[in-house]
Ligand binder design. Structure first.
Ligand code: SIN
Ligand code: FE
Length: 308
């Protein structure tokens, strides 16, 4: 477990990769490795990088992570409204192109997954990660596995692709043992292992459908799997002992590099760094080349229940 460095030669014959090679990279990811590109395959124009690095000074109020929503082709999450229209338009174009280029690249690099993912949000992360003042459950400098409060995946895998755009500094990450090794280290009641359908969910569903709200409440669309993944995310961040003593490895992801990882199975935290681009994919569980490693399979095997 750890990091797999993708040699430059792996890309020298173009994409798509031969099937066996693509299968190998997929299975490395599914084992819980970070796939690392010392030189990003998604290089941006120097001019565009400069624009992103100076955005904060030119657009007051622009201080949060910016999300790009490919399905809507829209940028949100910051006061882009306050920015001048030309800058907003340029930001939009850069994020749109990044998302499209990463998607095109992965379609050829991870061809077994191609068209079997849902394009989730992209983001630009302009803030210094060290010492950010965030509520505990939103802190990214505490080890956690990813789960999205408003976007249940129903077993789909969370795959993220990153670029470090900082001109000189690495992005400092730590990662821990993957899901299948980690979960059994805790007592089942400590982490509240999921059951087929909790009484609470049943009651709430019934009440909601009675009130005609069944479709209106997004939280109800969560499966027992999603409930668990959300709980586990919170549990890890709130577990001081795990934060202090859990097994970990440190990675210093250099400027100009890219990496990707299944963040739903690999506990991770970003300790320092600034200016990253990222695109997220929700990969269909059926596309896995080693389905037994997926969090859903691990949980279903542990509990003997269907969880989606
Ligand atoms: C995270 O997914 O926890 C954040 C990773 C990063 O921004 O580098
Ligand atoms: Fe995360």
């Amino acid at each position: 477990m750890g990091m797999v460095i993708i040699p430059q030669e792996a890309l020298s014959h173009g994409l798509p990769l031969p099937h066996e090679e693509a299968i190998n990279w997929c299975s490395q990811l599914e084992e819980g490795n970070i796939l690392f590109f010392p030189q990003t395959p998604i290089a941006l124009l120097q001019d565009d990088i400069h624009f992103l690095l100076t955005l904060e000074q030119t657009s007051s109020g622009l201080h949060k992570n910016l999300a790009y929503k490919p399905a809507l082709d829209r940028v949100s999450g910051a006061d882009v409204k306050g920015a001048d229209p030309a800058a907003s338009e340029r930001l939009h174009r850069i994020l749109r192109e990044y998302s499209q280029r990463v998607t095109e690249f992965l379609a050829g690099f991870l061809s077994p997954y191609q068209a079997r993912w849902q394009l989730d949000y992209g983001s630009f992360r302009p803030q210094e990660e060290q010492g950010r003042d965030l509520p505990l459950r939103r802190r990214n400098d505490l080890m956690h596995t990813d789960a999205f409060p408003t976007r249940p995946t129903h077993g789909a895998r969370i795959l993220r692709f990153f670029n470090n755009l900082h001109p000189t500094r690495p992005r400092d990450w730590i990662t821990g043992e993957p899901f299948r090794a980690l979960v059994p280290q805790f007592a089942p009641e400590q982490i509240a292992l999921p059951r087929e359908q909790s009484t609470l969910t049943r009651i709430t569903k019934k009440a909601a459908s009675g009130a005609g709200l069944g479709r209106a409440l997004p939280a109800l669309k969560r499966s027992p799997y999603d409930d668990f993944m959300m709980r586990f995310h919170n549990f890890l961040k709130e577990n001081a002992d795990y934060q202090a003593r859990g097994k970990r490895e440190a990675w210093f992801l250099p400027p100009g590099s890219s990496w990707m990882v299944y963040t739903d199975m690999v506990p991770h935290a970003v300790l320092a760094g600034q200016y990253a681009l990222e695109q997220t994919y929700l990969v269909a569980p059926e596309a896995m080349v080693t389905p037994e490693h997926a969090p859903l399979s691990v949980l279903e095997a542990m509990t003997g229940e269907k969880l989606v």
